[in-house]
Design a protein around this ligand. Structure first.
Ligand code: B3K
Ligand code: ZN
Length: 888
């Protein structure tokens, strides 16, 4: 059979629709081409004969014709880098199969068969860390999105659900612990010093949720009793030396299990929940059924080695992966275009959980800060895509802030419009209707419509249209009547020149200038291009507080005076709006100053207004420190680039940096006494005081501002804080400030830190990051030197990110005017691409923002992208990102 000329694609898998991919023109996969797979695979049996260098995989699939799909005479299985040692159909060896590119095709005449394929793989050579790979002497897997095809030939697509039975065997001394999905049903030993285990997962699942781990591990265990009274064995598996840092992860898991029962009515469904920490991992963690695999970074935490923020991150990621058991595993995705169905919803669920654990106001600000730092630039650049994309070349490139974080915001808007109780009715209906299915975003929207009683007809546009909408708010006032007019526009994005208006829910309140109060908050749904709302009873034009709680992921434009912003910053009873007013004050000032639109006198006035707002924040006794710490943070340079690059104006990283540093200096000098007092006050709060987390946050912020005003004094305080620290938050905060200073204490404390923690990879990562993020004038040379440090390796993603991802996020270093920062990152991409394409491609977006940067730097960034694009043998991942960045 000549597969290449087969007129119709026999399996309906859109991924193989454009077969014969060439490395220089990988096929485009389109959402509209989706077809169900012609075969069902009710059962999958896998047998692993494990070895670090050689693992033999025998896969036995029972297949049946899929009555809901077009019939096919062939079975087409995905593969990646595999060769089959033998193929059997119904127990008999066959040789009429063929390779079709990396996949395998074999004729199947009947309606149901068993297909058995044997293949061998070398986990130790797997530097991509997709499929089965070796990490620190253990074996583990990562299958989402398309890693299972690197383990065995299989219909590796999320809509093929199968029940798995797995037998694994290997040398007992090397791999004393053998784990897989589901329940362990049998174990045994052989005389040749190998042992084996048999696992069975009763819940049908797609191949991307398969996991296997074999290694020398120990567990921290504690049972959880579910709401129906079942006992679940919960284990956190780590290397022996890490065991003492696993309590927080285990407690976080228990809290997540309880919260999901109480908040979404979801109960865990197996008797066992295993989490394994591995140090070589491409991302944060993976929700494999009953066997989550985690980056050590999101498991291990104690106060000596992890910061308060690390503790929060561990809790958040443990929760996120646990919540996937329902939003992702019990109800999974039909195809990868639906990724936001599980990711957006699960991010919202983990945000709501963390809000309940740690306080809503601060968590909301943190989430919005992430959205603005990562998603807004993505939505405004060449890689912009809707939360449900229409096409891709490499799905790994679509695990983005848009799919995850904007996806969560879109579902949050549904929740805001429905209210908490009706939203819950919608999610209950969704889980009930689609349990055990591979669903679509459309299924989710329909369930919310039906269950919550919402009309989401136009709201669906949020799923199809990319780009951050801008809402202009204008107020007209006459007599005692006030008219608020809201107008929206959604910008053009690559492939989507024209947009339709989208329903935007905005919480608003009008403050009376006289009383300083508002008469109640209301939810206005801007459901067309423009909408006007009437207010009565204000003698003077009221002050508008809008998008309170950040109810919609949009940019608000309004003509508001500095005085009104100062009023909102100090009086608004919505803490997000208060934060927002301060940010707006700083953004407006800094963008105008960086654009050269400001006289020296105006600049001084602007700085003074912000200094007095900061004074109010430092001295307001009603504020708790956790919120104070948020309010003290100035908008990031990346966010300021976005705000500056509007219309024809481009962002000028040099000018933004100069102005932002100037403002920090003015605050440091103008509030020297208050900052010193704040630092002193917060230093006196004991580590385990309930107010400790907030105090430490404020302490670091205060120290950073002191360092802008008086570097020598800051160096002294920082050195002292470093020496007396009894926890990593204070130690890291002090070292962060020292890293940016030209002072002898810098080197001294960096060396002390390294010496003390050199055996702890996660802390060494911090040591690299602190230096790569620093404001030191020699940061580029320092990063270059760190890349030759014996602890640096391109093979470990955490280490690569700790140095280079941090550097790419250091605006001063990355945007060095001579282009040396851009060159460094482009070199990293080229060196890393053959080793780990997924991680390499993650560096491209930083260079891809060139169109919004001033022409001198833009040309240098573009030249680096062109240099990458000309390299031979680029991966599909990097090829796609670079091509889109140059075209967009
Ligand atoms: N679902 C995984 C991400 C997989 C990424 C593959 N490139 C983790 C998560 O979002 O929970
Ligand atoms: Zn997820």
């Amino acid at each position: 059979m000549d597969i290449a000329t087969t007129p119709t694609n026999p399996d309906g898998n859109p991924e193989l629709a454009d077969a014969a991919p060439s490395p220089h023109d990988p096929p485009v996969i389109r959402r509209e081409d989706y077809k169900p797979f012609p075969w069902l695979v009710p059962q999958t049996e896998l047998d692993f004969d494990l070895g670090l260098e050689k693992t033999r995989v025998t896969a036995k699939l029972s297949v049946e014709r899929n009555p809901a799909a077009d019939a096919s005479t062939h079975l087409r299985l995905d593969g990646d880098g595999l060769s089959a040692l033998s193929v059997k159909v119904d127990g008999d060896a066959v040789n009429d199969w063929e390779m079709d590119g990396p996949g395998l095709v074999l004729p199947l005449p009947g309606d149901s068969h068993t297909v058995e394929i044997v293949a061998e793989i070398d986990p130790s050579a797997n530097t991509q860390l997709m499929g089965l790979y070796a990490s620190n002497g253990m074996l583990c897997t990562q299958c989402e999105a398309e890693g299972f095809r690197r383990i065995t030939f299989y219909p590796d697509r999320p809509d093929v659900l199968s029940t798995y039975r797995v037998r694994m065997s290997g040398p007992k001394e090397q791999f004393p612990i053998l784990l897989c999905n589901g329940n362990r049903e049998a174990t045994g030993e052989r005389e040749d010093s190998t042992h084996w285990a048999e696992w069975h997962d009763p819940w049908p699942k797609p191949s991307y949720l398969f996991a296997l781990v074999a290694g020398d591990l120990v567990a921290n265990s504690k049972p959880f009793t579910t709401m129906s009274g079942r006992e679940v064995e919960c284990n956190i598996w780590v290397r022996k030396e890490d065991l003492e840092r696993t309590d927080h992860a285990l407690e976080s898991l228990h809290r997540s299990m309880k919260w999901d029962e109480e908040t979404f009515g979801r109960e865990y469904d197996l008797d066992l929940y295993n989490i394994v920490a591995v140090s070589d991992f491409n991302m944060g963690a993976m929700e494999n059924k009953g066997l989550n695999v985690f980056n050590t970074k999101y498991v291990l935490a104690d106060s000596d080695t992890a910061t308060d923020a690390d503790f929060d991150a561990v809790e958040g990621v443990i929760a996120h992966e646990y919540f996937h058991n329902w939003s992702g595993n019990r109800v999974t995705c039909r195809d990868w275009f639906q990724l936001s169905l599980k990711e957006g919803f699960t991010v919202l669920r983990d945000q709501l959980f963390s809000q309940d654990m740690r306080g809503e106001a601060v968590k909301r600000i943190e989430d919005v800060r992430i959205l603005r730092a990562a998603q807004f630039p993505e939505d405004a650049g060449p890689l912009a895509h809707p939360i449900r994309p229409d096409s891709y070349r490499e799905i790994s490139n679509f695990y983005t802030a848009t799919v995850y974080n904007k996806g969560a915001e879109v579902i949050r808007m549904m929740r805001t419009m429905a209210g908490v109780e009706r939203f819950r009715k919608g999610t209950d209906l969704y889980f009930e209707r689609h349990d055990g299915e591979a669903a679509t975003c459309e299924d989710f929207i329909t369930a919310i419509e039906d269950g919550a009683g919402l009309d989401l007809k136009d709201f669906r546009r949020w799923y199809r249209q990319a780009g951050t909408p801008t809402v202009t708010a204008a107020i007209e006032h006459s007599g005692d009547k006030t008219l608020l007019t809201l107008t929206q526009s959604v910008p053009p994005t690559p492939g989507q020149p024209d947009k339709q208006p989208m329903p935007i829910p905005l919480k608003v309140a009008m403050f009376d200038r006289e009383t300083g109060k508002h008469g109640g908050e209301q939810l206005v749904i801007l459901d067309g291009k423009q909408k006007s709302v009437h207010f009565e009873g204000f003698e003077k034009p009221p002050i508008l507080s809008i998008n309170r709680g950040f109810t919609a992921p949009v940019i608000i434009e309004r003509n508001v005076s500095t005085d009104d912003l100062v009023f909102l910053a100090s009086h608004d009873d919505d803490s997000f709006a208060r934060y927002e007013a301060l940010q707006e004050l700083a953004v407006r000032h800094l963008v105008a100053a960086a654009s050269g639109e400001m006289s020296d006198q105006k600049r001084v006035e602007g700085r003074n207004a912000i200094v007095s707002a900061m004074h109010a924040i430092l001295t307001d006794e009603a504020l708790d420190d956790n919120m104070r710490g948020e309010l003290m943070m100035l908008p990031s340079e990346t966010y300021l680039f976005e705000a500056m690059a509007t219309g024809k104006r481009k962002a000028d990283p040099g000018a933004i940096h100069e102005q932002r540093e100037g403002l920090r200096r003015a605050i440091g000098r103008g509030l020297a006494e208050e900052l010193a007092a704040t630092h002193q006050r917060t230093s006196a709060v004991a580590f385990d005081d309930p107010a400790g987390v907030g105090a430490r946050k404020v302490k670091t912020q205060a120290l950073a501002l002191i360092s802008a005003g008086d570097p020598d004094k800051a160096a002294e305080i920082a050195a002292q804080q470093f020496d007396s620290a009894d926890n990593m938050t204070d130690r890291q905060g002090a070292l962060m400030v020292l890293c940016s200073l030209e002072h002898p204490a810098r080197q001294e404390k960096l060396a002390a830190f390294y010496d003390r923690f050199k055996e702890n990879a996660l802390v060494v990562d911090k040591w690299f990051t602190l230096q790569a993020l620093s404001l030191h004038p020699d940061v580029i040379e320092q990063v270059r030197a760190l890349a030759t440090h014996p602890d640096f390796t391109m093979k470990n993603p955490n280490r690569v990110r700790s140095l280079y991802m941090a550097f790419a996020g250091n605006p001063q270093g990355f945007h060095a005017a001579d282009g040396s920062g851009y060159r460094m990152i482009a070199d990293v991409i080229l060196e890393l691409d053959p080793i780990n394409p997924q991680t390499a491609a993650r560096f491209v977006p930083a260079l891809g923002r060139w169109r919004r940067i001033e022409p001198g730097r833009a040309a240098l960034m573009k030249a680096e992208l062109e240099r990458i694009s000309e390299a031979d043998g680029l991966s599909r991942d990097t090829f796609e990102q670079v091509t889109r960045s140059l075209e967009g």
